[in-house]
Design a protein around this ligand. Sequence first.
Ligand SMILES: [Zn+2]
Length: 302
Amino acid sequence: MRRIAWALPAVAALVCGCGAGSPAPQATGQPPSPAPSSHRSDPATPRASATPAPGNSAASATARPDAVSGGPELFRPTRTGILSGKVVAVDPGHNGGNFAAASVIGKLIWNGRETESCDTTGAETDGGYTEAQFNWNVALYLTAELRAEGATVALTRTSNTGVGPCVTERAAIGNEVHANAAISIHADGGPPGGRGFAILEPVADRTNDAIIGPSVILGADLRAAFASGTGEPFSSYDGTDGIQPRNDLAGINLSTVPKVFIECANMRNAADAALVTSPRWQATAARAIAAGLTAFLTRAGS
Ligand SMILES: [Zn+2]
């Protein structure tokens, strides 16, 4: 497992509310591009190449088929706020370059219970808009929201044109920054007749035992905020009342910090597809996720 290049004390040093940073996200079709922290010699700035474009093609992604790529990238706060002093790990699921790197992402890893693939390509709408793109756009909006509230954000990948990283490393990034909360952003490829969102929660497996309780609370806060913020219904086919425990995902099997996944919508459903391809809805979804994380992070004792 690749080691993270920066030392943890640097995280605390960055929580200063300094720097002009990126503007607040605008629902104008252009997700914000977080400015990288100045301490990194390899900035790998997340680019605004994540321009929402319904019908975008994964084939346009520039893959690096020889190796996985991605985070961590650490972003300091743009303002002081209610989340000052908090660290949030944001994991945009999959990656745009995965489509051209089957041999790399197909490598088997140990997810804490069983073997699974290093990473996957993810879902897409019937029109070809990829989940990797949706996840990336939402992550950029979310990162800007959280930084503006005072949080430091660790991203698990730095563009939507790379490969991976493996799901094991996505979990490790949240662990190594000692995130106060971590979230993996996804959209589902479910049955076309089903729609809605679901929160995927960890199941105890020894490694993650200590985070089951707080992750359930995080999941409840996120469910409430996402439902009220987006109007999206609970999934009609995944979980119960929007909550689905999962023991087959490295991202939560191997997490030692409070963490959940969110399946924001069903990309194979026509009504949900219209939402996930909308920049305005992507920004709305990110704002709702930020509200859920903020509710959790500002609980007494958190
Ligand atoms: Zn996914």
